[in-house]
Design a protein around this ligand. Sequence first.
Ligand SMILES: Nc1ncnc2c1ncn2[C@@H]1O[C@H](COP(=O)(O)OP(=O)(O)O)[C@@H](O)[C@H]1O
Ligand SMILES: [Mg+2]
Length: 254
Amino acid sequence: MTPLLEVRGIDKSFGPVKVLHEVEFSAYPGEVTALVGDNGAGKSTLVKCIGGIYPIDSGQIFFDGRQVTVHTPRDAGELGIEIVYQDLALCDNLDIVQNMFLGRERKNGFLLDEDSMEELAEKTLSSLSVRTVKSIRQQVSSLSGGQRQTVAIAKAVLWNSKVVILDEPTAALGVAQTAQVLELVRRLADTGLAVVLISHNMNDVFAVSDRIAALYLGRMAAQVKTADVTHAQVVELITSGRSGELGLKNGVTS
Ligand SMILES: Nc1ncnc2c1ncn2[C@@H]1O[C@H](COP(=O)(O)OP(=O)(O)O)[C@@H](O)[C@H]1O
Ligand SMILES: [Mg+2]
């Protein structure tokens, strides 16, 4: 199977600090790929490189087998890569519809076409079986954490994304909300999208992922099928970069 998204040999430094070392990573259509790693391992940086927020120092990005250049978030969006960032997902002072169409508003002549935007937002949320949101004209600041993630994910779906990357979507959520978001993540993949889920919750990872990619100090320690590994092995990969035969072979100096 050809990965929908593949990166090869990605290097990224911030000044003198090298954060990503020749990182390889693939995500497949119809699958959830969990991207795991300790705090500071480079997960968010990798995703921001893929999303055109940070320029890469070297390496290649392939989309559907074709090499592409991603210099800006717009480039990523045009390819069908949608990223729900950990730190800048939604605008608090706007309502749900405004957030979902932010920067891509529909116009009717000179005016915004509010009716058609509302209709499409409503349709997208209900296609995802989202029923917990009272009104799509609600300000995002009044939503719960789980609802915010849901809106951010629905936005990705609305724009016909092919790859959806979620950076720690459940980090701030309670048990019930986490379950809802994970269910949504699974449903997205089942519709054929390639979904990347960043998480360091092993229960979430094993509940929903088909594959696991473990970053250790900016290096890809291993990419495995979830069914082929145990919780303990993944924890070892996260904390030491290797686990038995799996992982980085040589001593790693950071
Ligand atoms: N904009 C930045 N400037 C300098 N260093 C950064 C920047 N963003 C991230 N880093 C550093 O890169 C490393 C990886 O960070 P990050 O990608 O956020 O890790 P993770 O998401 O896995 O927790 C950390 O050491 C962090 O301090
Ligand atoms: Mg992060």
